[in-house]
Design a protein around this ligand. Structure first.
Ligand code: NDP
Length: 256
């Protein structure tokens, strides 16, 4: 197995935007993963239709119901994935699901701060906890030396807006709850990297660029295809050097 081959991958928030494109491009790789687990909040909803159509053509694509704020659904998704994997582990967990409601320092409320934190930080924490046994199994089963995404990795989706060292101005990026939550996600990533290092699991965060999705809007700089091509290329080349860090879709280290 080479570093660009991911045997089994899980992507959260995979029914649209960057998550959906990740699934599409993973399926189109010369050597696609044996299993791709694509989670969405409501597989019966019309918003999951494109993902369902894709799954009907690809037996290695499994849709799992997962709401990032509901640990019951997270644990059930991990159980279902485990049943499909029949003793094998999950190599790559991409915590992609997230929300970005508008909020300025004037308009932001307690509820807004807490709800965004629950989805964007507590969600990835719970998902990683639930899938940890499968990640550990993948690391143990792998012949890869060192840390890499084809062995076992957790990738959290961050943003340049979370940077304390090089932050975009509040005028250009007035989303206070989102920025604070993603900064906390960076610290979660760092803690995960420290803790799971001895299990052989690489943990890093990635900034996908400013991407044309529902969240990024039409004004964004990047087409989703380009961002995701970059992300998958970066993931293929991640090593322990970037573990615990935030890298962007082109592989550059981001300032904390
Ligand atoms: P989208 O808004 O297009 O998609 C968000 C995805 O997250 C959807 O699948 C959505 O599901 C899911 N989601 C939202 N809330 C929850 C929840 N409570 N539980 C489970 N799933 C949920 O966003 P993008 O694709 O643009 O963003 C993906 C990631 O990339 C996010 O983490 C975002 O912060 C990050 N990012 C994006 C940038 C951009 O420019 N687009 C820039 C920097 C970072 P549903 O359809 O059910 O709502």
């Amino acid at each position: 197995m080479t570093r660009g081959n991911f045997c089994s991958v899980l992507v959260t928030g995979a029914n649209r935007g960057i998550g959906f494109e990740l699934v599409k491009q993973l399926l189109g790789l010369p050597k696609p993963p044996q299993w791709i687990f694509a989670t969405c909040r409501d597989p019966r909803d019309a918003r999951a239709q494109e993902l369902k159509t894709l799954a009907s053509k690809h037996p290695n694509l499994v849709i799992l119901q997962l709401e990032a704020t509901d640990e019951v659904t997270i644990k059930a998704a991990a159980k279902e994935a485990e049943a499909h994997l029949a003793g094998k582990g999950i190599n790559l967990l991409i915590n992609n699901a997230g929300v970005m409601p508008p909020s300025t320092l004037e308009s932001v409320t307690q509820e807004d701060m807490l709800s965004v934190y629950r989805i964007n930080v507590v969600g990835p924490m719970l998902v990683t906890k639930a899938f940890l046994p499968l990640l550990k199994a993948a690391a143990k089963q792998s012949k890869e030396k060192g840390w890499c995404c084809s062995k076992a990795a957790v990738i959290n989706t961050s943003t340049i807006g979370s940077s304390i060292g090089n932050p975009p101005s509040m005028n250009t990026f007035p989303v206070i709850s989102y920025r604070c939550a993603k900064t906390a996600l960076n610290m979660l990533t760092r803690c995960q990297a420290l803790e799971y290092k001895e299990d052989g699991i690489l943990c890093a965060a990635i900034h996908p660029g400013w991407v044309k999705t529902d969240m990024g809007t039409e004004k964004a700089e990047l087409e989703v295809e380009e961002s995701v091509r970059g992300i998958l290329n970066v993931l293929s080349n991640l090593s322990e050097e970037q573990s615990g860090r935030v890298v962007d879709w082109q592989g550059k280290l981001m300032a904390w």
